[in-house]
Design a protein around this ligand. Structure first.
Ligand SMILES: *[C@@H]1O[C@H](CO)[C@@H](O)[C@H](O)[C@H]1NC(C)=O
Ligand SMILES: *[C@@H]1O[C@H](CO)[C@@H](O)[C@H](O)[C@H]1NC(C)=O
Ligand SMILES: *[C@@H]1O[C@H](CO)[C@@H](O)[C@H](O)[C@H]1NC(C)=O
Ligand SMILES: *[C@@H]1O[C@H](CO)[C@@H](O)[C@H](O)[C@H]1NC(C)=O
Ligand SMILES: *[C@@H]1O[C@H](CO)[C@@H](O)[C@H](O)[C@H]1NC(C)=O
Length: 540
């Protein structure tokens, strides 16, 4: 009560006027909504829900229902009559732009701007008459890029029901820049809150300054250009008008962070999430004029002492996709030259650096949009449909698509479940056969989490996950990579793409290095216990 009255104007004549008006409003409201009858004046902005009336439902009928539901409550406790605040009423209120803000804004804008016309000028010169054609191709590449970009809008926000506030759920601002906090307004008001009651909106944040670009008459702003601002007015329309000019200035030293603007009106609060983050740069790949597989895919593999099968692989690739780039990462103890292949890059690594180290090296050298991974003891056949996989990734926005081995019973799709733990014990990862769903338009493909050692991947996305070159993953590892990618890439498995598995265990040095027995799993488990904060790994 005392808070309420303190906020009222103190002039005696105004008080008399207020009292008269309050009495009048009581009488007028009671005539319209019997629910609102009450013994004493309520605090403004009580945390009540508004009365909701179906369009064709008599007000009294609903009131009766509510009364019957809980007799012990006063009818007023059940709901409160509200009136919607019309936006057109605020738009006619005049405002005075702030000189200081305009100066700050233009200073900041210059700092954070980039002249688009100047920026494209060099491109026009470089491409000459082909500029338009290149630009169109780039648009298509951008569409592919956007299709596979995972854009997680801030989710899991709690929104209070019956809040009288309208507000944007989330916004982004570049570090140092200013953005308009558009859309914050009081959208409804209790009917009895007349123009003689002071209405206040309090706004606060952590990493920024809240600043207004204009002043509205009959509105008091306190703490302007700080992280804690209060806007007050007797007129809800003036208050809303003032909020139209609210800006968030990112002034923190943090260039990548989230801030929260808390908005409070009466006992209601709302939170606007602000992401302080640069715009993300594109990394696009030109698909060329004819979308040839050889211009868009690189074949990568890793070898160790298996030159005879490796040569068969290279020959088979050249037979089906002549000229396609092949990258071989080789950590043999003694190197052999591969032969006279112009399309093969042979990377010689320190001896026995291992499996994931080699995969990582090979992938790091890929400069096409996609790569196709297979083991050195596999060969291409007419069923190695790289074009199919390429189109699949283009069209679906998946990041990885796996194939299968000819004449093999090996499962080509497995699923993971990772459950983080709330205790210090760590989470649990379980692996099992199967996939999720058939992918629309591709009846031979299903979504899954793990595929075989035969897959095409989107270079940027897979490289961002990478193959951990730790010695623990030097001899045998595969699913570990897909565990690292959980939640970071989309994986599909298609049964219509095959390679032939030759296998080669003829070299004794190879076998010795490869098959280190049970101790390996022991080290792996020890490793992931720490690295992945795991308590358990279940293979079902
Ligand atoms: C009725 O309202 C009173 C007071 O708000 C509350 O204590 C009681 O639990 C309510 N009863 C029912 C049945 O909802
Ligand atoms: C806010 O305050 C800062 C530093 O006190 C000043 O540089 C800036 O110009 C002010 N912004 C506006 C819009 O007045
Ligand atoms: C900075 O903010 C202005 C106004 O909100 C916007 O037009 C501009 O694109 C922003 N610049 C950057 C780099 O974010
Ligand atoms: C991106 O996805 C849309 C909708 O799934 C699809 O129509 C479009 O062809 C895709 N873009 C490219 C370049 O494949
Ligand atoms: C294994 O392969 C390497 C490289 O080709 C070769 O030098 C070595 O002699 C082979 N060892 C055996 C036991 O075949």
């Amino acid at each position: 009560m005392s808070v309420l009255w303190r906020k009222m104007i103190t002039g005696t004549s105004v008080l008399v006027a207020v009292n008269t008006l309050v009495v009048f409003i009581y009488l007028w409201r009671d005539a319209r909504c019997p629910l609102n009858r009450r013994e004493q004046a309520p605090a403004p902005w009580p945390p009540l829900r508004p009365c909701v009336f179906a369009r064709d439902q008599a007000e009294n009928r609903l009131s009766t229902i509510q009364r019957i539901q809980n007799d012990s409550r006063t009818p007023y406790d059940e709901c409160v009559m509200v009136r919607k605040i019309r936006q057109d009423e605020q738009s006619i209120i005049p405002f005075v732009p702030r000189e200081a803000f305009q100066q700050t804004l233009s200073r900041v804008a210059i700092q954070h701007s980039c002249n688009q016309n100047d920026a494209t000028q060099p491109a026009r010169i470089v491409f000459g008459s082909r500029w338009n054609e290149i630009r169109e191709r780039r648009q298509v590449a951008k569409s592919r890029h956007n299709n596979r970009t995972l854009d997680f809008r801030d989710s899991g926000q709690y929104v209070e029901s019956w809040s009288p506030l309208s507000y944007p759920a989330s916004l982004r601002v570049s570090p140092g820049n200013i953005t308009k906090l558009e859309g914050i307004r009081v959208a409804w008001l209790e009917e009895y809150v007349s123009d003689f009651w002071l209405k206040e909106v309090r706004l606060s944040c952590h990493h920024g300054s809240l600043v207004f670009s204009a002043d509205v008459p009959d509105v008091t702003v306190t703490g302007d250009n700080s992280s804690d601002v209060t806007v007050a007015s007797f007129s809800i329309h003036h208050l809303n008008r003032q909020l139209e000019f609210l800006h968030y200035h990112s002034v923190s030293e943090k260039t990548l962070a989230t801030d929260e603007v808390h908005v409070q009106v009466g006992s209601y609060t709302a939170t606007v999430t602000i992401r302080i983050q640069h715009f993300l740069m594109f990394h696009l790949y030109d698909h060329g004029e004819d979308k040839f597989v050889k211009d868009r895919v690189t074949v990568i593999t890793k070898t160790y002492l298996r030159y005879s099968v490796l040569r068969k692989l290279i020959d088979s690739v050249n037979q089906y996709f002549p000229g396609i780039k092949i990258i071989v990462a080789d950590d043999s103890d003694k190197f052999e030259e591969l032969g006279d292949y112009k399309n093969v890059d042979h990377y010689k690594m320190p001896a026995q650096k291992g499996w994931f180290a080699g995969r990582n090296l090979a992938l790091s050298q890929v400069s096409t949009e996609y790569f196709f991974w297979l083991d050195d003891d596999m060969v291409f056949t007419e069923k190695t449909g790289l074009k199919f996989m390429m189109n699949f990734l283009d069209e679906t926005g998946y990041h990885i698509v796996g194939g299968r081995l000819e004449d093999s019973e090996l499962t080509f799709a497995q699923r993971y479940d990772y459950v983080p733990s709330s205790t210090d014990d760590g989470g649990c990862l379980s692996r099992k056969e199967g996939s999720y769903r058939v992918i629309p338009g591709f009846p031979s493909c299903t979504s899954t989490d793990i595929v075989l050692n035969v897959f095409m991947g989107a270079t940027q996305t897979v490289r961002a996950v990478g193959f951990e070159p730790n010695p623990v993953y030097a001899r045998a590892a595969h699913s570990e990579f897909f565990a690292d990618g959980l939640g970071k890439f989309r994986v599909a498995s298609c049964t219509n793409v095959e390679v032939k598995h030759l296998g080669d265990t003829s070299n004794r040095s190879y076998n010795k290095a490869r098959h280190t027995g049970g101790t390996l799993n022991y080290y792996k488990l020890k490793y992931i216990y720490f690295r992945n904060n795991l308590f358990n790994l279940l293979i079902k």
